[in-house]
Structures are given as structure tokens and as C-alpha cells.
Ligand binder design. Structure first.
Ligand code: ADP
Length: 250
């Protein structure tokens, strides 16, 4: 689904991404791992249109999508989860989901929201969809909670839920497990697997928790120093000497 060719992203003289090439196959849950500073987040930001590349190319289903802005990628079904923006934390969990279909930038969302309040049928349909998403994620009981009051892990589920409000094809998840307790991490993992199997979502996941990566991801791509160092199943990766060295070297 996604092919990255010889991608570079330099910050001044510093090569955060330094000639990375990789493929994300349709229907996969691809893991992206690597030591801190390997360039994983920068690579995500370039693919998701948040940073222009210095050079190189990104394709989606054979189409050149290099440098397209996030809202255009959004309409193509390429989504990157992002943290609940501060201005939405006083809204309920359900309202946060209902905001999504208008687009991803704060202003557009607000405009869409105000228009939407005038169109009752559409609002009802959105509300129903939001409630289905909450049920799928097993967090229906949080529908009327303010987003500010839910836990870090529940916020991650809400971020995942936002991708379900539109027709996502591929979802980029950045450190789903950061600061999340084991039980909730399992719930998030289950939701990812079900979205993959039942709704055909392709995922690319940056995560440090190797249990999580091993349970969910195939293949696993390892980055180090801005390049792809290795790729394979989680087991193969963990026995790869270059990979072990890259981790021990930091
Ligand atoms: P990872 O996600 O693998 O930890 P990052 O992509 O966050 O790695 O960072 C790769 C390197 O690029 C790091 O050394 C980081 O300091 C640097 N970097 C990231 N963003 C910027 C930026 N906007 N300006 C300068 N350096 C950056």
C-alpha cells in the first residue's frame, strides 16, 4: 500500500532520515522499531504530510503522494493518530468522535461543528456512528466523560476511535503504549487486530514494547541512524546481530 523510496529528511546538516526505503503491505500490521533518535517519528511525519521531505518519494497504491498535506491524505484514507488537542479536552468523548469527519485541522473542525449543529439529521447519524465506535472499542461507558478526565490509555483508544469515524485505509500509530497500563494496552492491541481483520485496516505502528510488537506486528521494520537496518518477523529481528548491536550501541 505504501512504498517509500530513498527518503531523506535533513534538519540543517543533520540527517534524521537518511535514505530510508520500505514497503507497507496492504492488510499488514507493520511494526516500526529502532533506538531513540533513529528517525522513526520524522519518517512518520514525512509520510503523513506534516514535514516536507528533503528528497525521495512516497507512494500510496502506486500514486505519488510525496509532500501532500495531511487533509488530502486524510481524504485518501491515510491517517495518523494525533493527541487530543487541548481545545477539545473540555468536550466529551462522544463529541470528540463526532468532530472528526469534517477534517483534521482545528479550525475546519470548529466550522464543521457549527454548521453541523444546524443539520440535525447529520448530527444524529454522526452520534450513532460515534456510539458504534465506542462500543467497538469497549468504552461506551466513557461517552459522556470529558476527554480531559479519561486516562492516558483511554485517550489512545479515543485517538484510534477517531480513525474509525472516516473510511481509513492505513493508520499510522505513534507509541500507542507510552504510559499505558498492561490491561489497557491489551485492549488497544485487540482493537488494532480487530480493525485489521474485520475492517481491513492496514497499520504501521511505532512502539517500544517488544511484547506488544511481537504479538501484533508482522513484519517488523528496524530503523537506525535514519535508515532501514533490517526487516522480518519479530523473532527474526530479535536474533539479528546488526539489530542487537544498534540497540546496545545507544
Ligand atoms: P525517533 O522517533 O526514532 O526517536 P526522531 O525522528 O524523533 O527519532 O528523531 C531523529 C533525530 O532527528 C533526533 O536526533 C532528533 O533530535 C532529530 N530531529 C527531529 N526533529 C527535528 C527538528 N525539527 N529539528 C532538528 N532535529 C530534529
Amino acid at each position: 500500500m505504501i512504498v517509500v523510496h530513498d527518503l531523506h529528511k535533513h534538519f540543517g546538516g543533520f540527517r534524521a532520515v537518511n535514505g530510508a526505503s520500505l514497503r507497507i503491505e496492504t492488510g499488514s500490521i507493520t511494526g516500526l522499531i529502532g533506538p531513540n533518535g533513529a528517525g522513526k517519528t520524522t519518517l512518520f511525519n514525512v509520510i503523513a504530510g506534516r514535514l516536507p521531505p528533503t528528497s525521495g518519494r512516497v507512494e500510496m497504491d502506486g500514486e505519488d503522494i510525496t509532500g501532500l498535506p495531511p487533509h488530502e491524505l486524510f481524504h485518501k484514507g491515510l491517517l495518523r493518530t494525533f493527541q487530543i488537542a487541548h481545545e477539545f479536552s473540555s468536550m466529551t468523548v462522544r463529541e470528540n468522535l463526532m468532530m472528526v469527519p469534517g477534517g483534521q485541522s482545528g479550525e475546519t473542525l470548529w466550522n464543521a461543528w457549527f454548521q453541523r449543529t444546524r443539520i440535525r439529521d447529520e448530527e444524529r447519524a454522526l452520534r450513532q456512528k460515534a456510539d458504534e465506535v465506542l462500543e467497538f472499542l469497549t468504552i461506551s461507558h466513557l461517552a459522556d466523560e470529558k476527554a480531559a478526565n479519561i486516562s492516558g490509555g483511554q485517550k489512545k483508544l479515543l485517538e484510534l476511535g477517531r480513525t474509525m469515524m472516516v473510511d481509513a485505509k492505513i493508520v499510522f500509530l505513534d507509541e500507542v503504549g507510552a504510559g499505558v497500563n498492561r490491561t489497557l494496552l491489551n485492549t488497544i492491541g485487540d482493537a488494532i487486530v480487530r480493525l485489521n481483520r474485520e475492517r481491513g485496516y492496514t497499520f504501521c505502528v511505532i512502539e517500544h514494547d517488544m511484547d506488544f510488537i511481537g504479538r501484533l506486528c508482522d513484519p517488523v521494520i528496524v530503523m537506525a541512524e535514519g535508515q532501514v537496518l533490517a526487516q522480518g518477523s519479530a523473532d527474526q529481528i530479535m536474533q539479528n546481530e546488526a539489530v542487537i548491536e544498534a540497540y546496545l550501541g545507544t
